[in-house]
Design a protein around this ligand. Structure first.
Ligand code: HSE
Length: 453
């Protein structure tokens, strides 16, 4: 039976007044934590006006207490034990910005068990332990907010949850890892090699503590699983994301893609199909004229295709101290407004809490349909037809064929752009190509994403 959601709200007069300061305990005071403190202090009047009450940091757990004291000064208690923050009687909300998935899980669950709301920027934690954490939060009637976990300065969780609440979302796709986008941009624009570009990204504080999370696509997969849960109302399915990073990407393919009018970006794609959902992170060709191809450096961008709003795109910094702080504090403002009122007033995060009702299957790799780029090393330029004939035999539609520009020390390369084809069919075709005597080396393949409405 339809029940007016408004009826389920508590009457206004029974809600506690919101004039009390929201007291924050923070676990971790590294790049994100120190940025959060700085912005909280700098913009405190505006933040309080938006939150309806002051927001104050009361205690910080840090490994290096002297360093922490240097950041927060006097007036904020310090402890080396995160569990003290999780259990502190004067704390209303715990901000977890320490990272990691082991101890962080215990701290967050302890905070929830003590009735604290949680704000976290820890995408790995939620991707891996989210089901358990959100279930615990629901039981305790507290919020777990995580805008800072995805494409930090872009309010994409809020856009999916609230701004696009009217829509059936068809796909979400984007550049959701700043480190890899920075590396790809540096390699393309400045000819830097991979290791030098990664070292710069680390020096700028974009990379994860373990940068393999960035370059192997794992960080993007963490974020994609959160986006898909919110977009489609499906449970968090991090373990099912098809993940490929940029470590095997060759400079030659970056150059050949350019020749064909494309740029290579590490994309996260969650697309609804009739039989399930594609969840994949992989380097892909994007038309060079597309807005997504103009997203450079550590910037992120997310496109959403939905039935009523159509195509929308969101752009902003994907990493950084105050950029992440912006999202963390927005969550604190939400929590400040939510704390003490009926949680039914809050637009839920689909896919988490009790709303993970949409048991969409994640499509296996072989069933994913996209267009592809192939680079086929051949023994002679005249063998271009052997390549197209083999693809035709294998029922792979060919949209464009070209020869790669000549490069010293590199033999002839046939470049092919296919039409949409199942990955399984393409894999068989590549296998067949690889067995041909005309083919002189390993065939390189990448997805092509047109990102059209
Ligand atoms: N390492 C992440 C990135 C940080 O490069 O995007 C922000 O999540």
């Amino acid at each position: 039976m339809y029940r007016d959601p408004v009826e389920s709200l508590e009457p206004l007069h029974s809600r506690p007044a919101l004039n009390r300061t929201l007291r924050v305990g923070m676990i971790g005071i590294g790049t994100v934590g120190s940025g959060t403190f700085r912005v909280l202090v700098r913009n405190q009047a505006d933040i309080a006006a938006r939150a309806g009450r002051a927001i104050e940091l009361v205690i910080v757990a840090a490994r290096n207490l002297a360093r922490a004291a240097g950041i927060v000064g006097e007036g904020v208690a310090l402890t080396a034990d995160p569990m003290q923050v999780a259990a502190h009687p004067d704390v209303d909300v715990v901000v977890e910005v320490a990272g990691g998935t082991g101890p962080a899980r215990d701290w967050v669950l302890a905070a929830i068990a003590h009735g604290k709301h949680v704000v976290t920027a820890n995408k790995a934690l939620l991707a891996v332990h989210g089901a358990e954490i959100f279930a615990a939060a629901r039981k305790q009637g507290v919020a777990v907010a995580y805008e800072g976990a995805v494409a930090v300065s872009i309010p994409i969780v809020k856009a999916l949850r609230e701004g696009l609440a009217a829509n059936r979302i068809e796909w979400v796709a984007g550049i959701i890892n700043g480190t890899t986008n920075f590396i790809l941009s540096k390699m393309r624009d400045e000819g830097l090699d991979f290791a030098a570009a990664l070292a710069q990204a680390q020096a700028l504080g974009y990379a994860e503590a373990d940068p393999s999370f960035d370059i192997e696509g794992i960080d993007a997969a963490h974020k994609l699983s959160l986006l898909a849960a919110n977009a489609f109302g499906m449970p968090l399915r991090f373990a099912d994301v098809q993940v490929e990073g940029i470590t095997a990407l060759q400079g030659l393919d970056v150059a050949c893609a350019e020749q064909l009018g494309y740029r290579i970006k590490l994309l996260g794609v969650a697309r609804r199909q009739a039989s399930g959902v594609e969840l994949r992170v992989q380097p892909a060709l994007v038309p060079a004229t597309h807005l997504m191809a103009q997203v450079n450096g550590s910037m992120n961008a997310v496109m959403v295709k939905s039935d009523a709003a159509g195509l929308t795109m969101y752009y902003g910094a994907g990493a950084g101290s105050e950029q992440t702080a912006s999202a963390v504090i927005a969550d604190l403002v939400d929590v400040a407004r939510l704390d003490g009122v009926n949680a039914a007033q809050h637009v839920p995060h689909l896919g988490v809490h009790e709303h993970a009702t949409n048991a969409l299957a994640v499509l296996p790799r072989a069933a994913v349909h996209t267009s592809h780029y192939l680079r086929v090393p051949v023994r002679a330029v005249s063998q271009i037809q052997a390549v197209t004939a083999c693809l035709a035999e294998q029922k792979v539609p060919v949209r464009q064929v070209a020869l790669a520009a000549e490069r010293p020390g590199i033999g002839p390369q046939v470049l092919v752009l296919t039409g949409p084809v199942a990955q399984g069919t393409l894999d068989l075709a590549v296998h067949a190509l690889q067995a041909r005597s005309e083919v002189a080396g390993v065939v390189a393949t990448l997805c092509v994403e047109l990102l059209e409405g």
